[in-house]
Write a protein that binds this ligand. Structure first.
Ligand code: DX5
Ligand code: ZN
Length: 220
């Protein structure tokens, strides 16, 4: 089953609760929460205090994407704030196995991400410890960029490794996904679909989310 993970980064922050209820009502399973520190990526978003405040608004799976340096220092805080899945970037971690195990030890799902230029080989040795793998299809930092199609083969590669090794991680795609390129994304094998600007479009969030959910149904 294809899962939808709207990225709150593009939402209208003066009406966050309403925005979240729109995507929840449409049937989105995950809420994708982009945490940026102005160091690992050249942008600053929001932190655990916001995650904590919005936690009671919805029962959706809180899918926390940490685009921060030294993520190991902040795992516990995001767990306490209500994260269900925590993704760290392989480019930021010194001890890959250690941090994935730490996330699991806190009772939440573990995930690792690769930037567009980072090959799957950089994470192959820790895929046994991953509940999800996030493939970036834009340079992390900003919503509204164009999907880099040359990253899509990484999704197919991850699906192949999973089958060969008997692993069970979900494969998430993040960056530039729109209704117009959804067929390519799903053909590649992506299972958790992040969409920021294409979902929180500042016109009609509910209609945009409904359109994604309808498109998934057509595919499966
Ligand atoms: C980018 C973030 C994305 C972003 C996606 O660094 O990780 O989650 O919000 O936004 P769109 O879908 O507009 O590319
Ligand atoms: Zn993200």
């Amino acid at each position: 089953m294809i899962k939808f993970a709207p990225s709150l980064l593009s939402a209208d922050f003066k009406k966050l609760e309403e925005e979240i209820k729109c995507v929840d009502g449409a049937g989105a399973q995950y809420l994708h929460l982009d945490i940026m520190d102005g160091h690992f990526v050249p942008n600053i978003s929001y932190g655990p205090a916001v995650v904590k405040d919005i936690r009671p608004v919805s029962g959706m799976v809180f899918d926390v994407h940490l685009m921060i340096s030294e993520p190991e220092k902040y795992i516990e805080e995001f767990v306490k704030a209500g994260a269900d899945i925590i993704t760290v970037h392989v480019e930021t971690v010194k001890d890959k196995r250690g941090i994935l195990q730490m996330i699991r030890d806190f009772g939440v799902k573990s995930s690792i991400s690769v930037k567009p230029k980072t090959p799957v080989s950089e994470i192959e040795d820790v895929l046994d410890l991953c509940d999800m793998v996030l493939v970036m299809t834009v340079e992390p930092g900003f919503g509204g960029q164009s999907l880099m199609e040359d990253c899509l083969p990484k999704i197919t590669e991850l699906a192949k490794i999973r089958q060969e090794k008997g692993y069970s991680y979900e494969i998430e795609i993040d960056g530039g996904v729109k209704l117009s390129n959804l067929d390519k994304v799903l053909d590649a094998g992506a299972e958790v679909i992040v969409a920021g600007s294409a979902c929180f479009d500042r016109k009609d969030t509910r209609a945009a989310a409904d359109a994604f959910i309808k498109a998934f149904a057509k595919f499966s």
